[in-house]
Structure formats: structure tokens, C-alpha cells
Design a protein around this ligand. Structure first.
Ligand code: PEP
Length: 255
């Protein structure tokens, strides 16, 4: 598998953090630090910050994403936001299937698939999250869990669609816990996901697919994680809320 065939992407997931003035200040601090980065840089922000982020990132190397989207273009879905609404704002990326959505908001593999389809149809790029729970890793079924999540999420997606999908492998036990997967563990599962993609499509599609690692990635461990042959950048939660930390991760991935 040839790492040179794909671009690393570092994406921040701000989760439910930052008011609009705080968002503007963070982007103002971050933009000069990631100028000319050797990888793509995305910040996925709360819906209320999207316009602020789009405005503040204009003319910079930072792209803007949302943290979720609904599968219907419009309708009686109180509290939801459609992919079309995001695209209309000028948003480029959307996270789908984050483990916090699965854990706390009843997201299933099937709804992840529907949201992915809707996002692609609206012209968005998808950061599709998969990952096992701690007890699943301990039971030795990580590959089965992650393989199934990947296959269901990608059901109905064409090879062309894959060009706009990034997979983020995020072991749930490593998210926000400070417990990082070792570089070897991250690479092993990312490699496995790539073999799943190869079986579903072909080698060229698998080689071209950006597969990130996410889970307590920070300025100190980013070098080792992003240097792994099957790790193409990362999805960053906590460390994306501090400009210097996030920029250090971007620098590591851009090497
Ligand atoms: C995430 O929210 O996707 C994430 C990886 O969080 P953290 O970096 O805080 O573990």
C-alpha cells in the first residue's frame, strides 16, 4: 500500500465547544500556524459556528466541516440539519457516525449509511467514523466490528463516491480518555480497513483511500502515529481546541 498515493488530512472535531467569539479567536490564532501545511487541514465545528468559521477561514488553508447531518433534504425532523443546508452554507466536510453520536444519540450503522449517502449527494466530503468498544477489543473482535461498520456504511457507495469519503478509525476506548492506541495498533486496524475496502472495490480504490486515526492524538504522539504506513492523518478532538497543539499535529502529518 503506497502512502504517497493519498493526502493526509488532519481534521479537528470541536464537539460542543466554543462560542462564536471564541471560534473566531481560535481560527485567527490557528490560520498562520498551518499556512502552507503539507496536509489538508479541516475544522469541524458546531452548527452555530459554521458561518463564523467560514468567514474566518476565507483565504486561509483551513477547510470547514460540520459534525453531523441528517439524511433527508428537509422535513419534520426537529433539531436536525440536512446535508443540503450545510452545502448551501459553503461547508465542505461533515463527520458521520462519530462514536459519541452512536453512544449517546442512537446512531446505527444503517443511519450512518443514510447520512453518508445524503452528504455525498449534497456534494459534501464525508469523514466516516468507525471503531470498536473496549470490551470488543478485549474480546478479540475488533476486526469483525470495524469491518462490519465499514461495510454497512459503504453499502451502495460507488468507487467514484469513495473519492469523497475519508474513513476515521477511532477506537472508542481512546476517545477523550487520554488513552491512545499504540502506533502499531492504529496501523494494524487502518490496514485491515484498507483490505476491507480493497475487497469491496479494488486495490486502486483502497490505495487511494485516506484512512485517519483518531483517539487522544496530541502534539506528543502525532509524529509516531502519522508516520505509520496506513495512517493518513487524524481526527482530533481535545487537542483541536488549542491552536498550538493542533498546529503541531498538522506539522507532524505534513512531513
Ligand atoms: C474525536 O472526538 O474524534 C476524538 C478523537 O477525540 P479526542 O482526540 O479528544 O480523543
Amino acid at each position: 500500500m503506497n502512502k504517497a498515493l493519498r493526502k493526509a488530512v488532519i481534521a479537528g472535531n470541536w464537539k460542543m465547544n466554543k462560542t462564536r467569539p471564541e471560534a473566531k479567536a481560535l481560527i485567527g490564532e490557528l490560520a498562520p500556524l498551518v499556512k502552507g501545511a503539507g496536509c489538508d487541514v479541516v475544522i469541524c465545528v458546531p452548527y452555530t459556528n459554521l458561518e463564523t468559521a467560514l468567514e474566518a477561514t476565507r483565504g486561509t488553508d483551513i477547510k470547514v466541516g460540520a459534525e453531523n447531518c441528517h439524511w433527508a433534504p428537509s422535513g419534520a425532523f426537529t433539531g436536525e440539519i440536512s446535508a443540503e443546508m450545510l452545502a448551501e452554507l459553503g461547508v465542505e466536510y461533515v463527520i458521520v457516525g462519530h462514536s459519541e453520536r452512536r453512544q449517546y444519540f442512537g446512531e446505527t450503522d444503517e443511519t450512518v449509511n443514510k447520512r453518508t449517502r445524503a452528504a455525498l449527494d449534497a456534494g459534501l466530503k464525508v469523514i466516516l467514523c468507525v471503531g470498536e468498544l473496549l470490551h470488543q477489543r478485549e474480546a478479540g473482535i475488533t476486526e469483525e466490528v470495524v469491518g462490519l461498520q465499514t461495510k454497512i456504511a459503504l453499502a451502495g457507495m460507488t468507487k467514484e463516491d469513495l473519492k469523497n469519503i475519508i474513513i476515521a478509525y477511532e477506537p472508542v476506548w481512546a476517545i477523550g480518555t487520554g488513552k491512545t492506541a499504540t502506533a502499531a495498533q492504529a496501523n494494524e486496524v487502518n490496514h485491515y480497513i484498507r483490505t476491507v475496502v480493497q475487497k469491496l472495490y479494488d486495490k486502486a480504490a483502497a490505495d487511494a483511500m485516506t484512512i485517519q486515526y483518531g483517539g487522544s492524538m496530541n502534539a506528543a504522539n502525532a509524529d509516531e502515529l502519522t508516520a505509520q504506513p496506513d495512517v493518513d492523518g487524524g481526527l482530533i478532538g481535545g487537542a483541536s481546541l488549542k491552536a498550538a497543539d493542533f498546529a503541531a499535529i498538522v506539522k507532524a502529518a505534513g512531513r
